[in-house]
Design a binder for this molecule. Sequence first.
Ligand code: HH2
Length: 321
Amino acid sequence: MRPAGGPGAAGCPLPSSGSCAMRLQCGRFELTLERPLVMGVLNITPDSFYEPSRQQRADAAIARAHQLVAEGADLLDIGAESTRPGAQPVSDAEEWRRLAPVLEALRGLAVPLSVDTRRASTMRRALDLGADMINDVSGFADPQAIAAVAPTPAALCVMHMTGDPRTMQDDPSYLDVVGEIGAWLGARLSALAAAGVARERLVLDPGIGFGKRLGHNLALLRALPQLADAAGRALAPAGRLPVLVGLSRKSLVGELTGRPPEARLAGSLAAAIAAVARGAAIVRVHDVAATRDALAVWSALGVASVQAAGGAPAFTEISSA
Ligand code: HH2
């Protein structure tokens, strides 16, 4: 990672060939994505699904942010509204009341600050305060959101969600989950590109748990490179974009292990490694130190990601020394 301002963030020839890592223009920074990045979750909420992640006072949230950076977070994702299944929305005013003092205090931090919001008004205010990235779980579906982010240098995480958090898990169904979500993401990319957003600012996210059953989530994770290719066909020239995945302590891990959120660390680490092995460039997690350790060991064992290998899993031999 380096501060922006050097040579322009020229995109790699895509799909990635292994000779050139993808890059992400991210506000004050340019991220080279040479290794998987760990995005630490900072929830300034009273009701996030993973109770220990809830910070209800600004000073506690600021302290938690510094802790996540000390643990090795490459980016922080700051959210002030829970989007767990069934969550009630908060007002614009309440979202900003929670966010403002924390963003103000963190704006000089040496890692990119992402703000997790669906509201155009919050996007504008956060970008004015120096946010480097906007993470919109509704995929910039609101034209006002596109207008708010387009003329800025911020990275944009375009996530897929069906409906809204109150109803998204009611009866999710797809005929071809990878094809449909790839096409949906592609349409959102087209809208952003038409507003002048450069591809070097874009990240895709399949939205694990946002209007999907276990089988849908697993199919999406198994097909991450195909999903990124399908969505990237909407751009000219067509090409794969970096993928961000959030699996940490989610119900997918609970369904596979039978454990509650508090006991899903081991499953979440396995999920993070599997996502990176399938090409994810950024993993969004609650447990930064543990995830960094797991990825460090996995990388040292010489297992290349599908992203670096251009689509097919590649395994190199482990030295016997
Ligand atoms: N998951 C959550 C929130 N935001 N953003 C992206 N891009 N991808 C995700 O998978 C994602 C996300 C849910 O996690 P958390 O913020 O911990 O929960 P809550 O919404 O209950 O605060």
